[in-house]
Design a protein around this ligand. Structure first.
Ligand code: 5GP
Length: 179
């Protein structure tokens, strides 16, 4: 698995430090409030769990699964595969995402969730690829801006592999062809 990684873009210690900073910002911005975190499966699972351990507020946690990717290519069509179990009406909501690329997924989530009347709705993403944006989305909390490279690790996969790497790495071309 690690032999398929061309380059470590963001190390485990850089991720740890940045996740603590993001949690600190959220703790400050939402002081005295209850925050409803929506994790976007599957890529968010490590980020969300590390982030939540640093949150000092009352929280709700729920998950959605949406799909627009197959392999390394976005299909452009976003679908809900798994919906929330709880209502977000009147709640302060933060969507927790692994990466914002074209912006299509977050645009879909914002439109979909805003119809459910949350009190507020913001995006927190670990990674942001601004050069790939097809549609503008307002990102309140962003961990790292990265170049237009297909990355894996810390929850992000390629065909369901590499999610358990503790860092963000760039896949070798050969690994993309072989898998
Ligand atoms: P968007 O809709 O913004 O184009 O893409 C969002 C989703 O595409 C992310 O949640 C993630 O699942 C997937 N994605 C986008 N870029 C990458 C990438 O570089 N690596 C991986 N593994 N997934 C990506």
């Amino acid at each position: 698995m690690t032999q398929d990684i061309k380059e470590i873009l963001i190390s485990q210690s850089q991720i740890d430090a940045r996740v603590k900073e993001l949690a600190g910002e959220i703790n400050k911005d939402y002081k005295g409030k209850c925050v409803f975190f929506i994790g976007v499966l599957k890529g968010c699972f490590l980020f969300l769990s590390d982030l939540l351990k640093e949150i000092k507020l009352d929280t709700n946690v729920d998950f959605m699964m949406v799909s627009s990717y197959s392999g390394t290519q976005s299909s452009g069509v976003v679908r809900t595969l798994l919906d929330l179990k709880q209502s977000i009406e009147g709640k302060h909501v933060i969507i927790v995402e692994d990466i914002v690329d074209s912006g299509l997924t977050m645009n879909y989530m914002l439109k979909n969730l805003s119809t459910r009347n949350p009190k507020s709705l913001e995006i927190c993403t670990l990674l942001n690829k601004p050069s790939c944006r097809k549609i503008k989305v307002p990102i309140k909390y962003s961990g790292f801006e990265i170049p237009d490279k297909f990355v894996v690790g810390y929850g992000l996969d390629y065909n369901e592999i590499y999610r358990n790497l503790p860092y963000i790495g760039v896949l070798k071309e050969s690994a993309i062809k072989e898998r």
